[in-house]
Design a protein. Structure first.
Length: 234
């Protein structure tokens, strides 16, 4: 049904919680995994088991603690100050506040990050991803992606389809607008360089600080473009 308590545990197989409603603050090790197939479970301890943590559709997980393996969620998952050391794969509703994540594959549903550090993020067609504050290693979008105030992408942002909104964020690498559309909102954004052929809308100012690319698409709107470093070709 559910799991509670503070004692240490070992998972050599998979533990399936079918009516989860408790908080487990101990730590589990081992090569097995944990499945939440019903209800909502809270993990507040440090868990080092290397198997997958799975949240089924209709189930939930709150993670102020940590898991060492991958996280696969089709339900409702909130990493509220916690850590996921393996890849997070989402097709449900995923949120993270002040969290630490490895790679994130948002293959469907909605993923919302706030003041969270994450590795490479991919957002699939039909999926919705947004981030405010925090840092992403890189971002690749084919769905709907918004990078908001205070968010920093340390690598490149690659847009292949769908829509990309830059709204008060910083991209240290290149915004590669290869497909779909992109919009720089009124708050403006900073990027290293801009490349690609996709159409864009400038409602604010896009500042290119390390320009080194060719952008052959077309931008409209009431905003502007600043090249403050390097050389950009339009």
């Amino acid at each position: 049904g559910s799991l509670s308590g503070t004692a240490s545990g070992t998972l050599d197989g998979t533990l399936d919680l079918t009516k989860a409603s408790s908080t487990y603050s101990g730590g589990m090790s081992g090569s097995g995994g944990l499945t939440v197939s019903g209800g909502t479970e809270t993990l507040s301890g440090a868990n080092t088991y290397t198997g997958v943590t799975t949240v089924a559709s209709g189930a939930g997980l709150s993670l102020p603690g940590s898991v060492a393996g991958a996280l696969t969620t089709a339900g409702t998952t909130d990493v509220n100050g916690g850590t996921v050391a393996g890849t997070t794969t989402n097709t449900g509703t995923f949120t993270a506040e002040d969290g630490t994540l490895a790679a994130v594959a948002n293959n469907g549903g909605t993923a919302t990050l706030s003041d969270t550090t994450a590795g490479a993020v991919t957002n699939a067609s039909g999926a919705t991803f947004s981030a405010t504050g925090g840092t992403l290693a890189s971002a690749a979008n084919s769905g709907t992606m918004t990078l908001g105030a205070g968010n920093t992408v340390s690598g490149d942002v690659t847009q292949t389809a769908g829509s990309l909104t830059l709204d008060g964020n910083t991209v240290d690498g290149t915004v590669a607008a290869n497909g779909g559309t992109f919009d720089v909102a009124s708050a403006g954004s900073t990027a290293g360089s801009l490349s690609g052929t996709a159409s864009g809308t400038l409602d604010g100012t896009l500042d290119l600080t390390k320009a080194s690319s060719t952008y052959s698409g077309g931008m409209s709107g009431s905003g502007g473009l600043t090249v403050s470093g390097g050389t950009e070709t339009l």
